[in-house]
Design a protein around this ligand. Structure first.
Ligand SMILES: NC(=O)c1ccc[n+]([C@@H]2O[C@H](COP(=O)([O-])OP(=O)(O)OC[C@H]3O[C@@H](n4cnc5c(N)ncnc54)[C@H](OP(=O)(O)O)[C@@H]3O)[C@@H](O)[C@H]2O)c1
Length: 316
């Protein structure tokens, strides 16, 4: 079956914008609920994308959005919060999205998890992602689960944050400096979702998504700083100091740069379980290396970041 009407929960975020774009390019009609419509303004310009201000944590609103769809993609995720916040955003919402699919006979469900998702994992993030996966695996829909390592792309908050930090910090103090990651390009992740959508070979399957190379966090930070034109020494912090640093960041207003839960996630490497990793052939995706692509946007030379810079300068 060709799934042409797709509801994308969490479609307003970093990865969501790519998935929505690729779905539109395939001729799909896409619905993106957003808590605030202006957060999805980059999607409003597409005539076949309906951005709807809605509260998807309300069952009646979620049911209305699901009615008439052929498939639901759930990308909702948070990196910070209390145990209750993680449970609500990852586990409860997944359960409710699946119930809405059952109610409206939507058979196809694609779920964004994460590498390291584990109901017994060391962090609230990993445990709630693992519990959500369990809910999906137990349902009788045609589900697919995708589990990326850290995702890089022009709007990422990972490498861009370190590049920004390097602009004003003469030295970068770093928690978890030796933890290993296998960064995967946002377009490869988005293609995995869109290619899996109509492919029955992906039903009932979970796929790890990782890039061609493993890096320590220290290497990634050094790369981001250098690519942004500010080579900086990186000093690994001992665990005790890192926890104090994270605690202080949690006390500051706004979303913390790093939380104690993020440190807990870094108790395990974030790399694919089989090395060397190659993406499953049925996903039909490329395996894009980090350096050439990320160097462009970290240096501010990527079209998206260039225009972002112009917009910020013009206060728009
Ligand atoms: N980025 C990575 O490196 C990475 C790696 C592995 C897995 N993932 C997973 O991929 C997914 C998308 O990540 P991302 O980087 O695109 O994150 P993002 O930019 O923060 O987007 C998250 C999306 O979820 C929505 N959302 C969050 N909490 C919500 C809530 N309580 N109710 C309704 N909507 C809520 C956000 O809506 P608003 O715009 O209204 O806030 C946004 O659309 C997440 O599940 C994440 O765990 C990401």
């Amino acid at each position: 079956m060709r799934h042409t009407h797709v509801l994308v929960l969490g479609g307003s975020g970093f990865i969501g914008r790519y998935i929505v774009n690729f779905l539109i390019n395939r001729g799909c009609r896409v619905t993106v609920p957003a808590r605030r419509r202006d957060k999805a303004k980059h999607l409003i310009v597409f005539p076949t994308c309906d951005v709807i201000e809605a509260n998807i944590n309300d069952d009646a609103q979620l049911a209305r959005l699901t009615a008439g769809q052929h498939a639901v993609i759930n990308l909702v995720g948070i990196l910070q919060g209390s145990e209750a916040d993680f449970t609500r955003a990852h586990v409860d919402l997944t359960r409710r999205a699946l119930a809405a699919c059952q109610q409206h006979k939507v058979r196809r469900y694609l779920h964004m998890s994460a590498l390291g998702a584990d109901a017994q994992g060391p962090s609230m993030y990993q445990r709630s992602k693992g519990a959500a996966e369990r809910v999906v695996r137990d349902c009788d829909l045609n589900w697919t689960i995708l589990q990326p390592s850290v995702v890089f792309g022009a709007e990422d908050r990972f490498l861009n944050t370190f590049a920004s930090l390097a602009r004003f910090a003469p030295v970068i103090p770093l928690a978890g400096a030796d933890v290993r990651f296998q960064p995967v390009w946002v377009e490869d992740v988005a293609h995995a979702f869109v290619n899996a959508l109509d492919n029955p070979a992906t039903f009932g399957q979970a796929y790890e998504l990782a890039g061609p190379r493993i890096y320590t966090l220290r290497e990634l930070v050094q790369f981001a700083a250098t690519a942004a034109g500010h080579r900086r020494p990186v000093i690994g912090l001992p665990d005790g100091v890192a926890r104090v640093q994270a605690r202080l960041m949690e006390l500051a207003p706004g979303e913390p740069l790093l939380s104690r839960d993020n440190l807990d996630s870094m108790k395990r490497d974030n790399v694919a379980s089989v090395q060397p990793f190659t993406p499953a052939p049925e996903l039909g995706i490329a395996h894009t290396p980090l350096e050439p692509e990320a160097s462009l946007y970290l240096a501010g030379m990527h079209p998206r970041t260039r225009f972002g810079g112009f917009r910020a300068h013009a206060r728009r």
